[in-house]
Design a protein around this ligand. Structure first.
Ligand SMILES: [Zn+2]
Length: 88
């Protein structure tokens, strides 16, 4: 399940993705393509609603062939300009 929202920290448009009945994660608005890699160091949220790891992501464009890659989203907190250092 996906909903649009605005980030409370920076005001950017973001996507909310529900990954379990009581857990929703904030992701960047635009989807990415990734190849699942358990040894990767990039956390992504698959469009189907679960966490995955990747070593490389590329912006998703509708014209792309998937070629074994999956569609997902980057966690917004990784890219949010105001998120880091705001924790009390
Ligand atoms: Zn933000």
């Amino acid at each position: 399940m996906r909903n649009k929202a605005k980030c409370a920290h920076c005001g950017a448009d973001i996507t909310l993705i529900q990954i379990s009945p009581n857990k929703t994660v904030l992701c960047d608005l635009n989807p990415i393509l990734y190849r699942a890699d358990d040894n990767g160091d990039i956390s992504v949220i698959d469009i189907r609603g679960y966490k995955a790891k990747a070593s490389k992501v590329t912006p998703y464009k509708e014209s792309h062939t998937l070629d074994g890659q999956s569609i997902g989203y980057m966690l917004h907190k990784v890219n949010c300009p105001n998120f880091k250092g705001k924790r009390k």
